[in-house]
Design a protein around this ligand. Structure first.
Ligand SMILES: N[C@@H](CCC(=O)N[C@@H](CS)C(=O)NCC(=O)O)C(=O)O
Length: 221
């Protein structure tokens, strides 16, 4: 097997998590090389990735010498390579899945930016501001509406790239503020996501690691 995914630390690399999950869910065999993206070695290690992948970031998939970079492209590739697509058959549901994927990939990071992925694994969580709570409540309402719009337990019906794309955000947001009964579909969705074996596998490893503290989370860290 000559397929290598360059991924990142389990408690830091949310983008690699998504690509890894899509490949795993599609039962695609690959070898994984974990790039240490913690500072200060991050810069040297990513510069080495830049020797064969233009963005000099992870994830990158080397499929028998063919380089595919960016989580979204790797996820789409995994979806097409596997036996069953990770996108809905219905054209509108597929467009909705792609809208959600694009949102996460473009501007979703602006929502509670200091609740970065690494912070999901901090044993002591910060108290959220009213603005942060309001922003998360809005996201939960959007997810709730999407799940209700389609028949199924996931964002657009069956488990899809949309769910995979949001997994790290689900973890960073719910670890700070749990969805309550105002969002019953989201509560159920989060529970079934966190029970999925590959999601558990990644997170079990992530929780074992030394937390990576970054500035801007809490003044005392
Ligand atoms: N848009 C890229 C983002 C990848 C990304 O930012 N990866 C982080 C690690 S999770 C990284 O390698 N960053 C290096 C950098 O931004 O210099 C993707 O979806 O794959």
């Amino acid at each position: 097997m000559n397929r290598v995914l360059y991924s990142g630390n389990r408690n830091a690399s949310s983008w690699a998590f998504r690509a890894w999950l899509a490949l795993k869910e599609q039962n695609i065999a690959f070898k994984e090389i974990i790039i240490d993206i913690r500072r200060p070695q991050r810069w040297k290690n990513l510069a080495e990735i830049g020797e064969f992948s233009p963005p000099a970031a992870v994830p990158v998939l080397n499929d028998d010498g063919f380089i595919i970079f960016d989580s979204n492209a790797i996820m789409e590739y995994a979806s097409e390579l596997g036996a069953n697509s990770l996108l809905p058959l219905d054209i509108k549901a597929r467009a909705k899945a792609r809208s959600l994927v694009a949102w996460q990939h473009s501007t979703f990071g602006r929502i509670c930016p200091c609740l970065y992925f690494e912070s999901a694994f901090y044993p002591d969580k910060k108290s959220l501001s009213a603005d942060e709570i309001q922003a998360i409540e809005k996201v939960y309402s959007i997810w709730e509406d999407s799940i209700s719009q389609f028949s199924g337990e996931y964002l657009v019906g069956d488990y899809s790239l949309a769910d995979i794309m949001f997994v790290p955000s689900v973890i960073r947001l719910t670890s700070h503020f749990q969805p309550d009964e105002r969002w019953p579909n989201v509560q159920h969705w989060v529970n079934i996501l966190l029970e999925r074996p590959f999601i558990k596998e990644w997170l079990d490893d992530a929780y074992q690691l030394e937390p990576i503290y970054l500035p801007g989370y809490r003044n005392d860290l």
